[in-house]
Design a protein around this ligand. Sequence first.
Ligand SMILES: [Zn+2]
Ligand SMILES: [Zn+2]
Length: 57
Amino acid sequence: MLESGRPAMCKLCKKKDRRVLQVHHKDGNDQNYEIDNLIWLCVNCHHLVHCHDVLLN
Ligand SMILES: [Zn+2]
Ligand SMILES: [Zn+2]
């Protein structure tokens, strides 16, 4: 995933700082590493998605 060629950029705020970017599993299953299930989120947006049901699309 990390070097899959997909640019590392937060899906929500477009931040590109790799130090704060994390992989989010869209279906909530952290064993599912299908490429379509993975998106980049920075720590702030990742928190929002999990705790406040922010929509990703
Ligand atoms: Zn973000
Ligand atoms: Zn997540």
